[in-house]
Design a protein. Structure first.
Length: 189
């Protein structure tokens, strides 16, 4: 009986040593999850600060501010949020989900932001040009895990938005549209 224990012990050691070896080519193994990028959140059009910026009432926690797109972030879809017609009491807030080839969208966000045109007056740099323009929609870029970030839209020398990324987003097919009825903020007394 002593010899059989030794043989069983040697077999157990041999099997354990062979498991998980570097030559393991099991195609059924799950791929490693993509790296987690700090600051990503679930996309929402109902964050308090997003609604407040449009003059609407919202009590949800704030969304992160727009920022540059991290190098290792790979979006697969886009969510946009923008206002539409409504009543004196409520506004329609449109949430659109789009999906497709995002290469033109990402290229638009990679455009440089130009330095603002300024002139020095009394020792202080002051802008020399301003532009009156439409406000772009709120944009969320969403990854395969459903987490998102708000990209910063580049601007020109007078502060004008460079619309290349927004135009590319609007060219993508819409996969879902959600209309939210949001109370309009009461004017200050």
């Amino acid at each position: 009986m002593g010899a059989s224990r030794i043989i069983v012990g040697l077999l157990a050691i041999g099997l354990t040593a062979g498991c998980g070896s570097s030559g393991d080519t099991d195609d059924t193994a799950e791929p490693a999850p993509p790296p987690t990028i700090p600051g990503l959140v679930e996309p929402t059009c109902l964050a308090g600060n997003l609604l407040a910026s449009a003059g609407l009432v919202g009590s949800a926690p704030p969304a992160p501010e727009p920022t540059s797109i991290p190098d290792d972030f790979e979006p697969v879809r886009v969510v946009t949020c923008e206002g539409s017609d409504g009543t004196d009491e409520n506004a329609t807030w449109i949430e659109e989900h789009r999906q497709g080839d995002l290469s033109a969208v990402l290229a638009g966000y990679e455009l440089p932001t130009d330095p603002l045109k300024t002139t020095r007056i009394n020792g202080v740099d002051q802008r020399t040009c301003y532009i009156d323009q439409m406000t772009p929609p709120i944009v969320w870029l969403v990854d395969t895990q459903g987490l998102a970030m708000r990209p910063e839209l580049p601007t020109g020398e007078c502060g004008e938005y460079k619309w290349v990324a927004i135009n590319a987003i609007r060219a993508l097919p819409v996969t879902e549209t959600i209309s939210h009825m949001i109370p309009v903020a009461a004017p200050p007394p």
